[in-house]
Design a protein around this ligand. Structure first.
Ligand SMILES: [Zn+2]
Length: 87
């Protein structure tokens, strides 16, 4: 029986948003999207919900497509459930 949950060797695994590959966090670039554009968290210190992309290869180039999809998703999530605008 394979011991998949070995706690002694626990490393955070994240998924690249472009190629969906699962990698160790250290192999990925973390970033998030602001209204104005994409911010890459080089220092890895930002306390926000991050997305991850492979730091090499074609994935960075694939981010443009991903951004478009993501923005569409954001619009959906941001839509207010009740139609009451607050001032
Ligand atoms: Zn990737």
């Amino acid at each position: 029986m394979p011991n998949q949950a070995s706690k002694a060797d626990h490393r955070p695994i994240r998924t690249c948003v472009v190629c969906k590959a699962k990698r160790e966090k250290a192999e990925l670039l973390s970033f998030f999207l602001l209204e104005g554009g994409l911010v890459i968290d080089l220092a890895g210190k930002l306390q926000t919900r991050m997305n991850y992309v492979c730091s090499g290869g074609d994935c960075l180039g694939g981010l443009d497509k991903w951004k478009l999809r993501y923005k569409k998703k954001l619009k959906v999530t941001k839509a207010k459930p009740s139609g009451e605008p607050k001032k």
